[in-house]
Design a protein around this ligand. Structure first.
Ligand SMILES: [Fe+2]
Length: 350
């Protein structure tokens, strides 16, 4: 990658300027020319760094936490995947939060809602663990992509005999940047069931829409089952062509608009054939990846990360990325792309 000269070089200081700066500080003012080079950069300069979280390590830590704190006590028993370049800021990229959540057999995570939008990518679960959103429960199966859009009541329960573990992605840093956070509990720990399971998928996810439906900002589909998404990828792999950069890469959509499932977060599922080596790619949306199947290696800038199922890794903004799949592999990913697109900021280089 080319390095570009600074957009602005700091001018030489003088004793007179330093004396002025001291007086400026007392009046809540500051000289822009001292910081301009760090503010307006010729290309993105992410503090966010490339990093990975092997699942076996994260799983053993969250299981240890389960012995010390219940889901009810914690509100949400989540290990934050905190970017090493953004320590103390509770985020994996500048705009997104990611965490690994565990609900043990017999536990519930109480019903609440918040301004932040959330997605779940299910990592493991016994049959019967569920997320409920606005009165409908959906069973969580590995690989399912589940939404809890802004200000929708949601709770999680696990009546199965196995731990339920999933990757959480939220736009909390974005919401807080705008200072627009609201949150509250539902009067009931577990919200009442108002619709049968599968209602949203049948009503909105079959290439049909209710005749009087008005699209909202978020997708009306609650869960995008892995089985269906995986089958589509498999057919497209056989049909071809395979994109040299992306393999077979699809984005999850709001079926009523064709846009992203939620206004701030895009999510993708891509199939990489065995032996596939992707062409280099970069974009301004820092992206969180989670391997769903297979194994491979991803090069991010000058670092290399190996991955297996359920490992998470993050690619910072505008950092070149290439994937190499040792076996046929499926990668889930999410980013703030729709927010950047809405603001006219998003760029990519294929
Ligand atoms: Fe929540």
């Amino acid at each position: 990658m080319t390095t570009t000269a600074e957009f602005h070089e700091k001018p030489q200081t003088s004793p007179e300027l330093k004396a002025l700066y001291e007086r400026l500080a007392k009046k809540a003012t500051a000289p822009l020319w001292e910081v301009l080079g760090d503010l307006v950069t010729p290309q993105p300069r992410p503090a966010c760094v490339a990093a990975s979280w092997p699942y076996d390590e994260v799983r053993s830590l969250i299981m240890e936490a389960a012995g010390l704190i219940s889901a009810q006590q914690a509100e949400r028993r989540v290990l934050v995947l905190e970017n090493p370049g953004l320590r103390g800021l509770t985020r994996i990229t500048p705009t997104l939060f990611a965490g690994v959540q565990l609900v043990m057999p017999g536990e519930v995570a109480p019903t609440h809602r918040h301004a932040a939008s959330a997605l779940r990518f299910v990592l493991e679960s016994g049959e019967g663990a569920y997320t409920a959103v606005d009165g409908e429960r959906t069973t969580m199966r590995p690989g399912d992509f589940i939404l809890t859009p802004s200000w929708t009541y949601h709770d999680h329960g696990n009546p199965s005999s196995a731990p339920a573990i999933w990757l959480d992605g939220l736009d909390i840093p974005m919401v807080n940047m705008y200072c627009a956070s609201f949150a509250e509990h539902h009067p009931d720990e577990t919200q009442p069931v108002a619709r049968v399971e599968g209602d949203a998928l049948a009503r909105y996810g079959a290439g049909l829409m209710p005749v009087d439906f008005t699209p909202a900002r978020h997708s009306p589909i609650l869960s995008y089952p892995y089985e269906r998404s995986r089958e589509a990828l498999d057919r497209l792999l056989r049909n071809g062509p395979i994109h040299p950069t992306h393999g077979v890469k699809m984005r999850y959509v709001n079926p009523a608009t064709g846009g992203s499932p939620m206004p701030t977060i895009a999510a993708f599922l891509q199939l990489l054939p065995k032996g596939f080596e992707s062409a280099p790619y970069r974009s301004t949306d820092a992206t969180i990846f989670c391997a769903a199947e297979g194994r491979g290696t991803t090069r991010i800038g000058d670092q290399q990360f190996e991955w297996r199922p359920r490992d998470v890794f993050v690619v910072p903004s505008w950092t070149p990325v290439t994937h190499r799949a040792q076996d046929e592999s499926v990668l889930f990913s999410f980013s703030d792309r729709p927010a950047q697109e809405a603001l006219g900021l998003w760029r990519e280089q294929v």
